[in-house]
Design a binder for this molecule. Structure first.
Ligand SMILES: [Zn+2]
Length: 137
C-alpha cells in the first residue's frame, strides 16, 4: 500500500497530476477507460497502462477505491517540483521529461519520504478513528 502512495506522490511531484486524476476517476468514480480516453484525449491502452501499474502493486481491488478516496485530496495539496519545461525546482536540473520520475525518486528521496510518511500518518489516524467509533469488529 505504501508503494502505491509513493508511486502517486511521485506522480504529483513530477507534475503528472492528470494521471492521478485519471486513476481516481477510474477507481473511485467508476469511469471506463473509454470514457477517460475521450475526456483526456489519451489513447485507451495508455490509460489501461496506468490502471495496470496500480493493480500490479495492490492485488485486492477492494482496497484500491478507499485508498484513492482518502489519498486523493492529500495528493492535490502537493505542489509539483518539476516545471513544464522539465526543470526541477529543487535542484535546478533540466532533464528529459521521461526521466522526471526517476529523478525525483532517486535525487529527492527525502521529499518523497516526507510526503509519504505524512499521508501514511493521516491514514493511520483515520483508521484508528474508525475503529474507535465503529467497534463492530
Ligand atoms: Zn532535482
Amino acid at each position: 500500500m505504501v508503494d502505491v502512495i509513493r508511486y502517486l506522490v511521485i506522480k504529483a511531484l513530477a507534475n503528472k497530476f492528470q494521471q492521478v486524476v485519471i486513476l481516481k476517476e477510474y477507481f473511485v468514480d467508476g469511469f471506463s477507460p473509454s470514457d477517460l480516453s475521450a475526456r483526456y484525449c489519451i489513447r485507451k491502452d495508455v490509460i489501461r497502462g496506468y490502471i495496470t501499474r496500480i493493480h500490479e502493486q495492490i492485488k485486492n481491488k477492494l482496497v484500491i477505491k478507499p485508498l484513492l478516496e482518502n489519498v486523493y485530496p492529500l495528493l492535490e495539496k502537493i505542489s509539483p517540483v518539476i516545471e513544464n519545461v522539465c526543470r526541477c525546482k529543487l535542484c535546478g536540473e533540466v532533464m528529459h521529461c521521461n526521466v522526471v520520475e526517476y529523478h525525483i525518486r532517486y535525487h529527492h528521496r527525502d521529499v518523497v519520504d516526507e510526503y509519504v510518511d505524512s499521508i501514511v500518518e493521516i491514514l493511520k489516524k483515520r483508521i484508528n478513528e474508525v475503529k474507535g467509533v465503529g467497534g463492530s469488529q
